[in-house]
Write a protein that binds this ligand. Structure first.
Ligand SMILES: C[S@@+](CC[C@H](N)C(=O)[O-])C[C@H]1O[C@@H](n2cnc3c(N)ncnc32)[C@H](O)[C@@H]1O
Length: 244
């Protein structure tokens, strides 16, 4: 059942071109990440480097990307060779990561939603705390534990989200549709907001805050705003930040 990104690396990369990624996901994520100039950033679950590259291009002094999938890192390395930005990528499980260095900022787009229970979430949180400077921040974008809308309401954005149930560790199936209407699935797991808070507090990260996703103000036309209303109302994904 576990999603193997080695099998879907190209499909996933293409899914990052869906407009909601830019108008909602990236807009919210970078708002939360804030000022990047001269910041050292560790990007966990970096995938093929979609956000890793943007972190560097937006001014971070040093960026390291970590992902468990060799194929995703191979795509990231290929982009680095084509257009060198000075990013270091490593194939590694975040749980076992020990870079023996700390960062001003740790980012992660869709890592925590692979934990199936409190113990696995604490293991992620421990790794984050190991690599975070005193005064540093962790910022993530993740599946929203409080999403309760029918799966199909998101179809117009190019995907659906189906919770098998809302019990702890229950699978969440995201189905991404491509232009030819073919699709691929990603499986995440449901854990309550209170479980996330507990995991971070267990490792000493106490300022845990949730941030609803927002629509970029770049879209001015009322028709555009109306199209995105469902996503903003239903909040399939959500931001989370925490610090010491
Ligand atoms: C939904 S993708 C997100 C990729 C990238 N952050 C983005 O937004 O494009 C999730 C990524 O998490 C990685 N991943 C899952 N569990 C991991 C773990 N324990 N350690 C490192 N990477 C992991 C997967 O290989 C995959 O590339």
């Amino acid at each position: 059942m576990k999603t193997d990104y080695n099998q879907i690396s190209i499909e996933y990369q293409l899914s990052k071109l869906q407009p909601w990624r830019k108008h909602v996901e990236a807009y919210t994520f970078f708002n939360l990440l804030g000022h990047l100039t001269n910041q050292s950033v560790l990007d966990l679950a970096c995938g093929e480097g979609f956000y890793t590259r943007q972190l560097k291009l937006r001014g971070a002094s040093k960026v390291v990307g970590i992902d468990i999938s060799e194929k995703m890192i191979a795509l990231a390395e290929k982009a680095e060779q084509r257009n060198p930005l000075g990013i270091d990528y490593h194939v590694q499980d975040v749980v076992d990561l020990d870079l023996k260095q700390t960062f001003d900022l740790i980012s992660a787009a869709y890592l925590l939603n692979y934990a199936k229970n409190l113990e696995e979430l604490v293991a992620f949180a421990k790794s984050i705390s190991r690599h975070l400077k005193p005064g540093g921040r962790f910022v993530t974008i993740n599946s929203n534990p409080d999403f309760h809308a029918p799966a199909e309401v998101l179809r117009k954005y190019g995907f659906t989200r189906q919770n098998e149930s809302w019990s702890e560790g229950s699978p969440i199936i995201y189905r991404f549709f491509q232009e030819d209407d073919s699709h691929f699935d990603i499986v995440n797991y449901h854990l309550e907001k209170s479980t996330h808070k507990l995991a971070f507090e267990t490792v000493g990260l106490t300022k845990v805050n949730w941030h609803p996703v927002q629509l970029t103000p770049e879209l001015k036309k009322d028709t555009d705003k109306a199209f995105w209303k469902t996503m903003i109302q239903t909040q399939p994904i959500i931001g989370l930040s925490c610090s010491w």
